[in-house]
Each structure stands twice: as structure tokens, then as C-alpha cells.
Design a protein around this ligand. Structure first.
Ligand SMILES: [Zn+2]
Length: 69
């Protein structure tokens, strides 16, 4: 049995962008400003935010919100 050391390593290249309101999910290219451990970004899509920018929230592969980055 190997120790689980890869749980925080997200799929390279893309990251899931999820709207917390309508659950619309988009696989997008990772931005270099995204936290390395981030596996999912929750941000309101344009339809739900009414055109306003909302603050993205980052989550790691375990579903824990990443607050310091
Ligand atoms: Zn939405």
C-alpha cells in the first residue's frame, strides 16, 4: 500500500469552474494565479451574477476551501 500523497495534486492543465447557484460546470485552463492545490473554483456565472464580477472561491481536491493563497 502506497501512502496517499497525491490527493492535493489536481489534474494538470485544467480546473473546474463551478457556479454555486446553477451548478454549471466548465473545465477551463488553469491560470498561473490559481492556487496550486486548487481543484475547483466556485464563481457565479454571468447569468447568475447579473453581469457583476463575483469573488471566486477556491477549493482543493478534498473539498476544503483554500483561504490563503
Ligand atoms: Zn450560474
Amino acid at each position: 500500500m502506497l501512502p496517499q500523497t497525491e490527493t492535493t495534486i489536481a489534474t494538470a492543465g485544467t480546473i473546474a469552474l463551478v457556479c454555486p447557484k446553477c451548478s454549471k460546470t466548465l473545465q477551463v485552463a488553469r491560470d498561473e494565479t490559481d492556487p496550486v492545490a486548487a481543484a475547483r473554483i466556485e464563481v457565479m456565472c454571468p447569468d447568475c451574477s447579473g453581469g457583476d464580477f463575483s469573488m471566486p472561491e477556491y477549493f482543493d481536491a478534498a473539498g476544503q476551501q483554500i483561504l490563503d493563497f
